[in-house]
Design a protein around this ligand. Structure first.
Ligand code: C5P
Length: 231
């Protein structure tokens, strides 16, 4: 077997949903299965990369042959990601990060009462945005990863995806049309469009998540080549 396209590269992938504690026995999460991120991690491994997978709650087992860092909350995911940025060539943020968390997680189980219960939520850090800001703050010539975010959209996919790309200073945004048949949470297939700074880069048909992963990595490899050889 000859050289592989990602030999010597380090790829950081996040996958699954984050888990935000309410009390010792209850939490807030979402329907992310982890499958899209796992498919990317697996494809990057097969292309020769050294892969780190930061994973929250997932319905399936992570692939073999990658380093798995298990986290729960968005705050833990952020710490796990930010400390690995300087060593990463490609970062793919496929995790479904909870936008909010309980303001005051309780140390003890909340007791039932006849009263209505209000749970105050506060915004979580936006990890993708922090990655973009970290990159922008790096000096010229410093090693910076190529960063790919995901977006689940139902309307105005192009507009929301390109707005997100600019706001979060990502290199590519992969937009899932979650209303499309065979796309989104839990399925083994996906329908995505990929946007870069100049707009639409690729509009993919219904594909397995494995094939979507391959196409996303092709684009990341193009991006790495365009940004010159890294250290
Ligand atoms: O803004 P939205 O949540 O739709 O953006 C989705 C992208 O941003 C995904 O790549 C997701 O992993 C990332 N994200 C994040 N931190 C958040 C929310 C989203 O990194 N708090």
């Amino acid at each position: 077997t000859g050289p592989k396209p990602l030999d010597g590269k380090r790829v950081l992938v996040t996958a699954g949903g984050t888990v935000e504690r309410i009390d010792p026995v209850r939490y807030i999460t979402n329907d992310s299965s982890g499958k899209m991120g796992f498919a990317i991690a697996e494809a990057a491994r097969d292309r020769g990369a050294k892969v780190t997978l930061v994973v929250g709650k997932a319905d399936v087992s992570p692939p073999n042959g990658v380093e798995v860092v298990a986290v729960r909350s968005a705050a833990e995911m952020r710490d796990a990601v930010m400390c690995r940025l300087p060593d990463s060539d490609i970062v793919v943020k496929a995790a479904a990060v909870a936008d909010y968390r309980p303001a005051r997680p309780r140390a003890e189980k909340i007791k039932k009462s006849a009263e209505a219960l209000t749970l105050e939520l506060v915004p979580n850090p936006d990890i993708l945005q922090e990655i973009g800001e970290w990159k922008a703050s790096r000096e010229d010539g410093a090693r910076k990863p190529f960063v790919i975010g995901f977006a689940a959209e139902t309307t105005d996919v192009e507009k929301h995806a390109t707005d997100k790309l600019r706001r979060k200073k990502s290199d590519l945004i992969v937009a899932n049309d979650v209303t499309a048949e065979g796309a989104g949470f839990g399925t083994d297939t996906n329908v995505v469009s990929v946007y870069g700074p100049n707009g639409l880069v690729a509009s993919l048909p219904l594909l397995s998540k494995k094939d979507v992963a391959g196409r996303i990595l092709d684009l990341a490899q193009d991006g790495l080549r365009a940004s010159g050889p890294s250290s």
